[in-house]
Design a protein around this ligand. Structure first.
Ligand code: ADP
Ligand code: MG
Length: 237
């Protein structure tokens, strides 16, 4: 019964349920720029996973996205690829942080950072990390250079938001809440709410999660606007 309740919570009426990969789907027909295609080759991906097939085109349009997909389904590249593509055409006169990616742990943030850096190998897009275990002051100095993308954990990011001189979130245009279920399980709800409420509303927000619990749903309603909801499940049960 608990399993059934979980399933029921997982799928909302407006969800697009996706079970089968489209055999004709490819990175080539997603209209991605050359440096991004080279980055994809650099990480060795030849065909998009199901969540990538669905999420990349929607994210490229600037829409809010909810992506429900199991661990190992390729969610990182599903949001990193469209972000890099959109950043390629940013004005470059003044450095400014446009993207915030939040992950539940330092390890997951560093993992996402390493994939993103490889995907961005043929671009001039710059990254910053906001995770624990590194000196706050050294990190603050890095973040002051306004990297295009900051990847971090909610705890450390909020620390910078509150305490680091000259650190602002007003230029952030895209927010990703990665592994949202885990961030909530780990007790980051208050931090997420504060961060989300401080970043301008005109942003694009994407939320990815392996499970859709009530608290994830609440976070979706709080932070996303008219999201396209993609629920990917390769197990046909
Ligand atoms: P999730 O966040 O959904 O758990 P990840 O983004 O961490 O999944 O990806 C899981 C694994 O799948 C990683 O090792 C990644 O390199 C690999 N992967 C992701 N997308 C592709 C792809 N299109 N082709 C081949 N491997 C991929
Ligand atoms: Mg992940």
């Amino acid at each position: 019964a608990e399993e059934k309740a979980k399933k029921a919570a997982f799928f909302a009426p407006e969800d697009e349920l996706v079970f089968n990969p489209d055999p004709s789907a490819s990175f080539q027909n997603m209209n991605l720029s050359r440096p991004i295609m080279r980055g994809i080759a650099n990480v060795g991906f030849s065909t998009p996973t199901l969540i990538q097939q669905k999420a990349i085109p929607v994210a490229l349009l600037g829409k809010d996205v909810v992506g429900g997909a199991q661990t190992g389904s390729g969610k990182t590249a599903a949001f990193v690829i469209p972000i890099l593509e959109r950043l390629l055409y940013r004005p470059k006169k003044v450095a400014s942080t446009r993207v915030l990616i939040l992950c539940p742990t330092r390890e997951l943030a560093i993992q996402a950072h390493s994939v993103a850096v490889k995907l961005a190998a043929y671009t001039d897009i710059k990254f910053g990390l906001a995770v624990g275990g590194l000196s706050v002051n050294v990190q603050a100095a890095e973040l002051k250079k306004r990297p295009d993308i900051i990847i971090g954990t909610p705890g450390r990011f909020i620390d910078h938001m509150r305490n680091s001189q000259g650190f602002g979130v007003d230029t952030i245009e895209i927010v990703v809440l990665d592994e949202a279920d885990r961030m909530l399980e780990d007790g980051f709800a208050d931090e997420l709410n504060e961060i989300i409420n401080t970043i301008p509303k005109s942003r694009q927000t994407m939320l990815f999660s392996a499970t859709m619990t009530d608290s994830v749903d609440k976070l979706i309603r709080l932070s996303l606007q008219r999201p396209v909801r993609l629920m990917v499940d390769t197990k046909k049960t």
